[in-house]
Design a protein around this ligand. Structure first.
Ligand code: AMP
Ligand code: MG
Length: 420
């Protein structure tokens, strides 16, 4: 605790929790969401919670790959244009129906592409090598056993694993599960996340601020970041700096939330409503992380739901989301890869930060023939949201480094694809 006469010098890092440790505190609390059987369209993008095994062959009947005649290969082995083999047409195999009867000696079934192959036949004589005359067909060329037939089980055999647990369901998997009849696979669902913005000064983006008012940007930053991560955000709106109103806003959303994120109100000011509401209950811990931006953080569980109390400054919100919340969401969704891709990049300019903290510098990275190059997009102030909009990565300047020099190598987390 800071007491009069003993004020922590935060830039030195004294009394702060290292970033990795703070992230570990979060991730050790977070569990994957309980699997749910969801319809395929909702299971899309989710991680499969159990391996699925084919119950039947795919396809589960042999079908013709050509229009023509289903016949016995042994009977047309000698067929030529000068000495055709004449067979009686005794039936017709059509798509979607079980052929009635069997192809016997001296017989043929007319068959369409995709139609099931009738019993007794082992090959297809394509229409191009046949002449039809009344109730008979003259076959002009041989066709060996199995030719032009798509056998059952050609794609997948009954008992084979279709999709392993842990795999994310994307277009190919969704199609395969549909084929195999798994219409409601068991998946880790998308977390529903309730977003609250705290502050007496806040107004919605549609309003023109009076002097001193601030448009709520954090709700929208978080909305988009949540969507991009695969979560389902709900903007619960602006809550005044009033402890009872704030608690009411949180608890009224309990049944529709798998997690909460609030911004603002986690420092020590008199208006720090999140802290005032939850500190004493002991549900949420408030601590200072050795990072810039994003130092004050709250994290805990409200009625078993993860609660992230972020600081109010817009860049702090973005960086805190990337550092703590996105990996936590990935874990909730059962994803194996929790973290963003990271590249080593050469700085194009000096980046100066507090010596005791990890600094997350907003940079634009690009690939050159000599590797990745990172250019800072502006100042380090945690209110400078435009510097994030210009960036595609966060460069990490670790504790112990005051100034990362131009030309030196840094790690950069890429938070969007290079094309965007
Ligand atoms: P706080 O952490 O509540 O002290 O807020 C820190 C700074 O962030 C103040 O300048 C707030 O006005 C600003 N701020 C807080 N919440 C938001 C928000 N939702 N959108 C934009 N700025 C905010
Ligand atoms: Mg505030």
């Amino acid at each position: 605790m800071a007491t009069p006469g003993h004020v922590h010098d935060h830039d030195s890092g004294e009394g702060l929790v290292p970033v990795d440790e703070a992230r570990e505190r979060v991730l050790s609390t977070i569990k994957p969401l309980q699997p749910l059987a969801l319809p395929l369209t909702e299971a899309y993008g989710c991680v499969l919670a159990e391996s699925l095994v084919a119950e039947r062959d795919i396809p589960d009947f042999a079908s013709s790959a050509m229009d023509g005649f289903a016949v016995r290969s042994s009977e047309i082995a000698s067929a030529t244009t000068t000495a055709p083999v004449e067979l009686r047409i005794v039936g017709r195999a059509v798509i979607g129906e079980r052929p009635e009867g069997t192809v016997g000696g001296g017989e043929a079934f007319a068959i369409a592409t995709g139609a099931p192959v009738p019993a007794g036949a082992d090959t297809i004589a394509p229409i191009e090598t046949c002449e039809v005359a009344g109730g008979s067909v003259r076959v002009l060329a041989p066709s060996i056993g199995g030719k032009h037939i798509r056998p059952s089980g050609e794609d997948v055999r009954a008992g084979e694993t279709l999709v392993q647990a842990g795999r994310r369901l994307q277009a190919p998997e969704l199609g395969l599960l549909a084929t195999a009849g798994f219409a409601h696979p068991l998946v880790h669902p998308r977390p529903r996340v309730v977003v609250l913005s705290t502050g007496d000064e806040l107004i919605p983006p549609s309003r023109t601020p009076d002097y001193g008012q601030v448009r709520d940007s954090n709700a929208y930053t978080l909305f988009a970041a949540l969507r991009e991560a695969g979560a389902v955000p709900t903007i619960a709106g602006i809550v005044r700096d009033d402890v009872d109103a704030f608690k009411e806003a949180v608890f009224s959303h309990l049944t529709q939330a798998d997690a909460f994120i609030s911004s603002g109100g986690v420092s020590v000011g008199e208006r720090d409503v999140v802290k005032a509401a939850f500190f004493r209950r002991g549900d949420v811990d408030f601590y200072r992380v050795a990072m810039q931006p994003g130092m004050p953080q709250g994290f805990g569980e409200i009625e078993g739901k993860p609660y992230f109390g972020l600081p109010g400054n817009p860049v702090s919100v973005f960086v805190s989301f990337e550092t703590f919340i996105r990996p936590a969401l990935m874990k909730m969704m059962g994803r194996r890869q929790l973290f963003r891709p990271e590249v080593p990049a050469r700085l194009e300019e000096d980046v100066t930060g507090p010596i005791g903290k990890t600094q997350f510098a907003r940079v634009r990275v690009r690939r050159t023939k000599d590797g990745w190059v990172a250019t800072p997009t502006g100042g380090r102030g945690s209110n400078l949201i435009a510097t994030v909009a210009k960036a595609n990565g966060l460069a990490i300047v670790p504790p112990g480094t005051q100034t990362a020099r131009a030309g030196s190598q840094v790690k950069v987390f890429l938070f969007r694809s290079m094309e965007d």
